[in-house]
Design a protein around this ligand. Structure first.
Ligand code: SPV
Ligand code: MN
Length: 625
């Protein structure tokens, strides 16, 4: 198509004209032309890899009021509309053809949905500048990486992406045949506070066939930052087609004996300890949210897709989250979103210091006690308020692993949930299939609103991926099982649960998670025996005593161990039955899934005949591995 808009001197200033002329990729130029014609910006700015372009985008975000400066360092803050504080599940849709429906996924007809959203996008950038950014998901030179191009009219979105991803305009210059993912966003009309106004017309659509996401009338990063959760829907589908894994996981190195470092990935639903695990001060952070895992000569190798963190700030304090606290107070720039700002300083719930009674927050001018239109008291910061910062700001960053082109070998995969009364604090699966099915595909998370001691409402969240899934869950699991079957050396699979409680009290301290990590690290190297239970292997008491002493200087007691690791037979059977019911309702569920769940239920029933309702780990046999 190579449209004439690409050479329109009214749209492209001379500097931008020379940047676009460096790009010879027809698919790219068609893509850009199509959306210029549709959205009718009054100018176009091309974000290259230069420092100058970085500073320009950042400066414009501030000049136009999308971000404002804080009084310290070069930190800024941004607000989203009071009603635009999180991902919009209802209006997020995967586009399918021939009326195809997918279990658990909100779908829409491709042709109709594109017509609808392009209708909303028509002329939406009039009077505004279209920004075009070029990025790499994963290290620039990595064969595992995927490239992406973002079109947006939000300087805040582009600024966030420059912090969170590696820019890679040069790649597009050098590779006219490059294939890439396409992200198109417009914040739409904004009000005097510069927040998106037309939330009724907020839409986030995924055109998997076109490797494209389209998002409009929203600013919250989870709906707009293409490279993050928008790309994720597309890469999940591509991974399924090509036989690798695109996962909602952290990537971290756990320090072991001598100078050994063992890499683990971890999938946890939000609010279940994912970021706090991978930022433990004694270990190594590689990434906190998204990984690609590929089979490299029989070894599972992972890369972090991102180069920054878009993290929840609620509850982050100097004692429990030392590395995050340091990172957001370092001289690396930070964008705070939806926090309270008072006299040029950011404040958030649970930060551990007093919070002023007035300031500006996601609701506008704020005073303590203010209520919203629904009569609900407005908290100083939103529960989903966030910080955006480069990984370079973290003292514990494993820079070599982050930049490792071929990825780091995955020794273990950890699945976490939030569960008050069923899973033990840590457990190793019997093998790959058992781990994928009975741990990962069985993740449940109790609603955090559930009060301590009471059993919360459990939400099924396989692999903590359910909100992002863009393919049939049965086929997705089949790919996972097949991926493992082709590995020469399979990562061990573990499940953790930081939320076990009794009588309204958590059975573990926040800091205990380092002990479980160290135990898992020993297990993957065959250095710790374990106790075999129907749901997998749990630690021996003696090993935990030693690890608690070494890591936390704490005397771990027999009583604590027994409470935490007893096998809760009937709860476990109930859980397996719940999960089995879900998978039985999906026509594409691989046969192994039901078989593996049935086998575990069978083992648990046998056990209960022998031992009764609950079994102390002390009465079970040790197994050496
Ligand atoms: C999450 O909620 O899992 C996030 C933030 O990482 S979002 O970008 O909204 O997905
Ligand atoms: Mn996430």
């Amino acid at each position: 198509m190579k449209s004439s808009v690409i050479s329109d001197r009214n749209l492209f200033a001379p500097s931008e004209m020379s940047k676009i002329q460096m790009l010879k990729n027809d698919d790219l130029l068609d893509f850009i032309s199509h959306f210029i014609q549709l959205m009718e910006p009054s100018s176009v700015f091309i974000v290259t890899d230069s420092q100058q372009d970085y500073e320009y985008v950042r400066r414009k975000a501030i000049e136009l009021g999308e971000e404002r400066s804080l009084s310290f360092l070069n930190h800024t803050y941004h607000f989203d509309n009071y009603y635009d504080q999180a991902r919009d599940k209802e209006n997020t849709k995967v586009l399918t053809t021939h009326g195809e429906k997918l279990p658990f996924i909100n779908t829409a007809d491709r042709n109709e949905a594109i017509k609808e959203i392009e209708g909303l996008m028509k002329g939406i950038m009039r009077g505004r500048t279209m920004l075009i950014g070029f990025f790499s998901l994963g290290p620039r030179e990595s064969p595992l990486s995927i490239k992406g191009v973002q079109i947006t009219d939000s300087y805040y979105v582009m600024h966030s992406e420059m912090i969170l991803y590696r820019r890679d305009y040069d790649y597009f210059v050098k590779h006219p045949q490059a294939t890439f993912l396409k992200f198109v966003h417009s914040q739409g009309e904004v009000d005097s506070r510069k927040v998106s106004k037309n939330l009724k017309e907020r839409r986030v659509y995924f055109d998997l066939e076109g490797n494209t996401s389209l998002s409009v009338n929203t600013q919250y990063a989870g709906n707009t930052v293409g490279l993050k959760k928008l790309a994720f829907r597309i890469t999940i589908a591509n991974a399924l087609r090509e036989g690798w894994l695109s996962e909602h996981m952290f990537l971290m190195g756990v320090n072991g004996k001598g100078n050994r470092v063992s890499y683990f990935t971890g999938a946890f639903p939000s609010g279940c300890g994912k970021t706090s695990t991978c930022t433990i001060p004694s270990e190594r952070l590689v990434g906190d949210d998204l990984v690609f895992i590929k089979n490299d000569n029989g070894i599972a190798k992972a890369i972090n897709v991102e180069s920054g963190v878009f993290g929840i700030i609620d509850g982050v304090n100097a004692v429990d989250d030392v590395t995050i606290w340091e990172a957001i107070h370092s001289d690396n720039e930070v964008i705070f979103s939806n926090v309270l700002v008072s006299e040029g300083k950011p404040y958030w719930n649970g930060m551990g210091t007093p919070i002023p009674d007035k300031g500006e927050n996601h609701s506008g001018e704020w005073r303590r006690g203010n209520k919203d239109a629904e009569g609900k008291e407005i908290t100083p910061s939103h529960k989903n308020a966030r910080f955006t910062v480069s990984l370079d700001a973290f003292r514990t960053l494993d820079k070599r692993a982050l930049e490792e082109k071929n990825g780091v070998p995955v020794k273990g995969i950890i699945y976490g949930g939030r569960d008050s009364d069923t899973w033990p604090p840590v457990c190793e699966s019997l093998n790959w299939n058992h781990g994928v099915i009975n741990k990962g595909a069985s993740i449940e998370s109790e609603t955090t609103a559930a009060s301590l001691g009471k059993t919360g409402v459990r939400t099924f969240n396989a692999m903590s991926i359910m909100e992002f899934l863009s393919v049939d869950l049965g086929k997705y699991l089949n790919n996972y099982l097949e991926f493992g079957s082709k590995l020469k050396s399979k990562p061990r699979i573990f499940a953790v649960n930081y939320f076990l409680s009794e009588g309204g009290k958590y059975l573990n301290e926040k800091t205990d998670k380092v002990v479980w990590l160290k135990w898992m690290e020993k297990r993957v190297h065959g250095e710790a025996d374990a106790i075999l239970t129907p749901i997998g292997y749990v630690p021996r008491f003696a090993d935990l005593v030693q690890l608690f002493r070494e890591m936390l200087g704490k005397e771990y007691t027999r009583g604590e161990y027994e409470k935490q690791f007893k096998v809760r037979i009937s709860k476990l059977i109930q859980k397996d039955e719940r999960i089995k019911e879900i998978y039985s309702g999906i026509s594409t569920t691989p046969r192994d899934v039901i078989e593996e769940l049935d086998a575990e239920i069978g083992r648990l029933r046998e056990f209960s005949k022998k031992y009764g309702e609950e079994v102390s780990p002390f009465s079970l046999q040790e197994e050496s591995i």
